[in-house]
Design a protein around this ligand. Structure first.
Ligand SMILES: NC(=O)c1ccc[n+]([C@@H]2O[C@H](COP(=O)([O-])OP(=O)(O)OC[C@H]3O[C@@H](n4cnc5c(N)ncnc54)[C@H](OP(=O)(O)O)[C@@H]3O)[C@@H](O)[C@H]2O)c1
Length: 247
């Protein structure tokens, strides 16, 4: 299966290329870096490729979205979009494009986090009286905050409980915690790959559900699993839940 990587010079692009080269099932066709030519974003690299691109996997920056979607739509290529930090408008563009091509988009490609999300289904419903807080930790080079994964977890809980999430407690209710608010706390330091901890604090008891990424390979492997899933799909919007068998 022929893979093209958008974001090849980035940390994840390099990890994904390594995982592809170690695998018998995938072939690395090429990758795009914005350093080459901002004006001709993507096209130069794509056009120099002679073999058919089966899937484009994107670990880059939201700024590459428009050019990538245009190229994928014109050439009918499925997309695995792993980049984080999209605005609502950009997420709408992705969903609109999925009417014509197959797209899997997820702020976290790992099996563990996607399982954690399903555990949250049960915990949030059973412990809906508890105070829920999310603590995420990442390396000091991460450009978006809070992490896309933390937003994904918060959205899951708020959809279940009709609560709201905040990212800065300073301005809320004279610093007192509102009963119905979930706060995301973003910690940045060193080379932490990624930690997400969902804390349920009740009267005299606390539950913490924690995921730790020990290597970036988990995201690369998840994105390749998603590529396999998309291969024979004509169009549609998919998440990791679809890819992991509708847990
Ligand atoms: N969904 C998941 O499971 C998952 C897991 C890990 C990371 N991520 C996300 O994947 C993305 C890449 O992560 P990373 O750790 O590889 O980041 P990184 O090391 O900063 O790499 C970012 C990549 O984007 C490219 N890029 C293209 N246009 C850009 C622009 N206008 N500004 C900045 N960079 C631009 C950069 O390289 P050039 O400058 O050479 O183009 C580089 O290849 C991030 O959004 C991150 O949050 C998602």
């Amino acid at each position: 299966m022929n893979i093209f990587i958008n974001g090849i010079r980035g940390k994840m692009g390099k990890v994904l290329k390594k995982v592809i080269l170690e695998s018998d099932d995938f072939k690395y066709l090429g990758g795009y870096s914005s350093k080459k030519d901002e004006a001709n974003l993507i096209y130069d690299d794509f056009n120099s490729i002679k073999e058919k691109i089966d899937v484009i996997i994107d670990f880059s920056n939201p700024k590459t979205l428009d050019a990538m979607l245009d190229y994928a739509l014109i050439n009918n290529i499925p997309l695995v979009i792993a980049t984080t930090g999209y605005s609502d408008l950009e997420l709408d563009k992705i969903k609109k494009a999925s009417n014509n091509i197959a797209i899997c988009q997820s702020y976290n490609m790992s099996l563990g986090i996607n399982t954690l999300i399903e555990i949250l289904n049960i915990a949030s419903t059973m412990l809906n009286d508890f105070d829920i807080e999310i603590i995420e930790k990442h390396h000091n080079k991460k450009i978006d905050s809070p992490s896309g994964t933390a937003i994904m977890l918060a959205n899951k809980i708020t959809n279940l409980l009709t609560n709201r999430y905040i990212t800065n407690r300073e301005h809320s209710n004279n610093n007192l915690r509102n009963k119905d608010e979930i706060a995301i706390h973003a910690i940045r330091g060193g080379s932490i790959f990624g930690e997400h901890n969902v804390l349920f604090a009740g009267d005299d008891e606390v539950i913490e559900i924690k995921h730790t990424a020990l290597s970036k390979d988990i995201f690369a492997k998840g994105s390749l699993k998603a590529s396999l899933f998309l291969l024979n799909k004509n169009n549609g919007f998919y998440t990791m839940k679809d890819i992991l068998g509708g847990m």
